[in-house]
Structure formats: structure tokens, C-alpha cells
Design a binder for this molecule. Structure first.
Ligand code: AMP
Ligand code: MG
Length: 521
């Protein structure tokens, strides 16, 4: 028997929409009650036992029939009332109006190892589904399940994924938006998060000019996610906003540290608690390129490209400030927070990068050196993950630094041969790097350990998820399991998985799903 410690949460604190008809429409309130769709042939594909433990379940319980029933939405857990949340948002820089959980259904909240809201993604229509079906396909669900858990093990704040369920029903998707819709297997992912509140939930009430409910949402959010702040005062709201700014920029630095590109940083995908939220057309940097975005919907403007994520986060924080303004009424105070946040970005960035380089301090010279490295990585198209692993693995103070040795050492990270002048630039860069290392006076072993705690050896490269997807579409799931197991220890040398610590294969360079992804999911 599964016994969950269900507690009151968002649904108890916020007003429900009074209209119970559950049709697609504009709503006035914070959420609507919905019923998850029943999938009689639902099948459990993969479970994160680590995530199950957060809710107080053990491995045996995750294998029970009841687990599948509760976490696929077929059986409503006693005393709970599933619901979908209303929110609004700015998408690709434009106001998009009301959005909401179009295919997410919140089941309940549980207290065990912390508090966790439990949410299904892909379990059918809600009043917020607009023109869409409320369903998710297996391909995007595999990507969300694996990546959420991988991010957690990388130490990047994120929602979690409890399990991946195949619904046994087909879903129609036009993957490339080119007029060729296909039937694909449907799936449900069960996500866990301390909160699913987004910037867009605040924008929703602000747009409705409903100050009372905006205040209620603010007080609830502070109470749940920022308990060190006293509620219900202008100062409290400013303090919360400061925290959100810090958490958000810190999150983006984590993305930049591991080479993650979210792909759709719309304000409705921005977690109020600074968590990675809504894994859609995300991607990982293989060949270093700050201008890269995996999202084909954004291929013209590249608004959400890798290198711009911090400034886009700042833009989103401006939208949040606008939404909170009615409860704060002090433009100067909000602007001060935003200015400080903006000024902190370079400092946070260079601190993160100097840590990747194994340095325990950062100054202007190091910042310049980081910029030189970025330029070199960009122009040489070097593999980001492999390069930083090599940087962490080699005792540079013991190497005779000539062009030949440097080329030999960074060779495994190179996608092409370097020209003589490029090799010379790397040589110069390493000579200066050695200077900084000497100044830092770390013990080599200690430094390597430090570097290997911030530079992962294994990440979920786009082609790897794609291979797992292609295998799953053939009815085989062992790659999901292999990747999941490997990504539990991304900073540890795992020789048995070294075939995944490689340059991406040629076929993956232009293949859809590996190099580019659409929002179709
Ligand atoms: P996203 O770009 O995935 O963050 O989605 C933007 C909005 O569209 C959100 O409100 C989603 O809930 C909604 N949405 C995306 N896909 C679907 C779908 N298949 N059915 C219903 N709503 C969807
Ligand atoms: Mg979303």
C-alpha cells in the first residue's frame, strides 16, 4: 500500500475557478478542477527511485499496481482533488495573455523529505488547453524524464521526474510543422517540485488588475518558498523579489556552467523558486557556440541562445517586477533591485568560469582570460564538456607547454584540425593560464578534485537522448536505463560509460532531434 502524507497546498490557499464545466475558456481564478484522462493500457517505462524516496516510497512500492494507477492519474488518491493552474506570460518577448496548465494536472502536495507538489504532464485536456490536446508524446517525455534527473545530479536546481509512463494511446503530431502529421506513442511524465508557481502566475492576476488575489499569491509564495521573509508588507515583497532575482541569475549561471540551453525562456516557463522548469526543445552544448539554440521556432531571432540566457532572464525579471508593482507601488525600489541584479551578472559569470578553470579567486585579469577562452572555444568549435574535463584532469604545471603538447592534450575535444595560428593562440592562452595556476598555489590533487566537482564528465547530449528515443520507438528501453544510471554520477569517472564521453558522431551534427528540436511535443 502506498501511504502518502498529503498536505494542504496551493489549491487550499488560492481560490478555485467557480465554473466547473471544464471547457476551454478564459478563467477568472487561480486554478480549475480537472479530471486526468484514464489510459487503460498505461505502462510504466521508467521510475526514478531517488525521486520516489522524496515522497516516502521505496523501490518495492514503485513497482506496485497502485503506483502506476496513482501516478498516471487513473486512480485519484483519497482526499485529493486534481487541478490545473491558470497563468499568463510573455512568449518570445510578446505578451501572450492567458495561458495555464494546458497539459499539466496537479495531483496533490506531499510532505516527506520537504514538500513536493506532484504533477502529471500529458494527462489530457484542461480549461487551458486552448487549441491543443493536453497530451504529450513519448519522445519529449523521455527527454524531460532523463534531463530532470540528470540536472538534479549535476547539482542544478530543477523540478524532478518521478516516472515515465507510456499511455498506450497514439497522439498526432506534426513534428516539423511541415504539414506531415504522424501518429506517435503518447506518454505521461510525473513531475515533482517544491512549487510549480511561475512568473506567469503573477502576470495573470496583474493583467486582470486583481490586486487582492495577487497579494494572496504573493503571501502564499513567501510562506511556502521564502519562509525566512515575513509576509504581507511592501518590504517583504521587495525582499522576495530580490531573492527571486538572485535565484534566477544563479540558475542561469548553473546552466552556463554545464552547457545547458533551455530553449523556451518565456515568462510562463520561469519558476518563481529559481528551478529549471518545463523541458521542451532544450539542448546541450557539444561544440562550443554561444549563439546556438536548439529550438527551431527561435532559429531566426535566436532570442534564447546559450550565451544570452542571463540577459533574457533579466528581461523576464523586468516583467515580473511589472506584475508585482501593484502590491509594491515603489518603482525606485524595484528598479534598484533590477540594477543590482544586472550588475551582478558579470561578477557571477566570471566567478563561475574561474571555478571551472580551477581558480579560487577572480580579478580583472582572470575575467579577461575567461573572455579569451570563450573566444578561442567559439572560434575553434571545441567540445565544451570534454575540454573542461581535460582541463580538470591534466596537471598543467607538470606539462612542458609547447604547441605540440597542448594540441596533443586537447585533441580529444577538437572537432577539426586547428590552423597554425589557432594553435599558437591556444599555446599563449595556456601559458597565461599556467601563470594564474601558479599564483593560486593550490595543491594539484585538491584542485583537480575541485574542478571535477564543477566540470561534469557526462551530460545528456542531444544525440544520446535521441538514440534512447529511437530505441524506445522500437519498443526497447534499456538505453533510457543506461543513460539514467550513468547520469546519476556525472562527475565520476565511470570507465564503463566512456563511450558517452566522446565527440558527437558525424550523423548527429545535422540530424533533427540531435541538433534541432521543435516545440512540437
Ligand atoms: P510551452 O511552450 O511548452 O511552455 O507551452 C506553452 C503553453 O502551451 C502552456 O500553457 C502549455 O500548457 C500549452 N501547451 C503546450 N502543449 C500543449 C498540448 N499538447 N496541449 C495543451 N496545451 C499545451
Ligand atoms: Mg511551459
Amino acid at each position: 500500500m502506498i501511504q502518502l502524507n498529503v498536505i494542504p497546498g496551493y489549491a487550499e490557499a488560492m481560490p478555485a475557478d467557480p465554473d466547473m464545466s471544464n471547457t476551454r475558456r478564459m478563467v477568472a481564478d487561480a486554478y480549475s478542477y480537472v479530471t486526468p484522462r484514464i489510459f487503460p493500457h498505461a505502462r510504466l517505462i521508467h521510475t526514478s527511485v531517488e525521486a520516489a524516496e522524496l515522497l516516502g516510497m521505496d523501490k518495492t512500492q514503485t513497482m506496485s499496481e497502485q503506483f502506476l494507477k496513482v501516478f498516471s492519474g487513473q486512480e485519484v488518491y483519497p482526499g485529493t482533488h486534481p487541478y490545473a493552474m491558470a497563468y499568463a506570460g510573455h512568449q518570445f518577448g510578446n505578451w501572450a495573455g492567458q495561458l495555464g496548465d494546458g497539459r499539466a494536472i496537479n495531483l496533490f502536495e506531499v510532505e516527506h523529505n520537504g514538500r513536493w507538489a506532484v504533477q502529471l504532464k500529458g494527462a489530457g485536456e484542461t480549461p487551458y488547453s486552448r487549441h491543443a490536446d493536453g497530451l504529450a508524446v513519448l519522445r519529449s517525455s523521455i527527454r524531460e524524464h532523463l534531463c530532470s534527473e540528470a540536472m538534479h545530479h549535476l547539482g542544478v536546481p530543477t523540478t524532478r521526474s518521478l516516472c515515465l509512463i507510456e499511455t498506450g494511446e497514439k497522439v498526432v503530431r506534426d513534428m516539423f510543422y511541415d504539414g506531415h502529421p504522424k501518429l506517435e506513442p503518447g506518454a505521461v511524465v510525473c513531475r515533482l517540485s517544491p512549487t510549480f508557481i511561475r512568473f506567469g502566475n503573477f502576470e495573470f492576476f496583474a493583467a486582470k488588475k486583481d490586486k487582492e488575489k495577487l497579494t494572496r499569491l504573493l503571501d502564499y509564495t513567501i510562506n511556502q518558498s521564502f519562509p525566512h521573509i515575513a509576509i504581507s508588507s511592501k518590504d517583504a515583497y521587495i525582499d522576495m523579489f530580490k531573492d527571486v532575482c538572485n535565484l534566477t541569475i544563479d540558475l542561469i549561471m548553473e546552466w552556463k556552467r554545464v552547457g545547458f540551453v533551455h530553449g523556451v525562456m518565456n515568462t510562463d516557463n520561469m519558476s518563481i523558486a529559481g528551478l529549471t522548469l518545463d523541458y521542451g526543445p532544450y539542448g546541450w552544448i557539444d561544440r562550443y557556440d554561444e549563439d546556438w539554440t536548439p529550438n527551431t521556432t527561435d532559429s531566426g531571432q535566436k532570442r534564447y541562445r546559450f550565451g544570452q540566457q542571463d540577459y533574457i532572464a533579466l528581461w523576464n525579471l523586468y516583467q515580473l517586477a511589472n506584475a508585482l508593482y501593484p502590491c509594491i507601488g515603489d518603482v525606485d525600489a524595484l528598479q534598484d533591485v533590477l540594477k543590482t541584479t544586472e550588475m551582478d551578472i558579470p561578477q557571477k559569470y566570471y566567478t563561475m568560469m574561474s571555478k571551472k578553470m580551477g581558480l579560487r579567486y577572480v580579478d580583472q585579469d582572470i575575467a579577461l582570460h575567461v573572455d579569451e577562452l570563450r573566444e578561442l572555444m567559439q572560434s575553434s568549435g571545441i567540445d565544451m564538456t570534454i575540454f573542461f574535463w581535460i582541463l580538470s584532469d591534466v596537471d598543467w604545471e607538470a606539462v612542458e607547454l609547447n604547441q605540440e603538447n597542448i594540441l596533443r592534450l586537447i585533441q580529444p575535444a577538437l572537432y577539426r584540425e586547428l590552423s597554425h595560428s589557432e594553435a599558437e593562440k591556444w599555446h599563449k592562452w595556456f601559458e597565461k593560464y599556467l601563470m594564474f595556476l601558479k599564483k593560486d598555489k593550490s595543491n594539484v590533487v585538491e584542485r583537480q578534485q575541485r574542478m571535477k566537482s564543477v566540470n561534469p564528465k557526462y551530460v545528456l547530449r542531444n544525440y544520446m537522448a535521441q538514440l534512447a528515443i529511437e530505441q524506445a520507438y522500437e519498443g526497447e528501453y534499456n538505453l533510457i536505463d543506461e543513460l539514467y544510471e550513468m547520469l546519476k554520477r556525472p562527475y565520476t569517472d565511470q570507465k564503463e560509460y566512456d563511450h558517452w564521453h566522446k565527440l558527437i558522431p558525424d550523423w548527429a551534427i545535422d540530424r533533427p532531434g540531435s541538433s534541432t528540436l521543435s516545440c512540437s511535443s
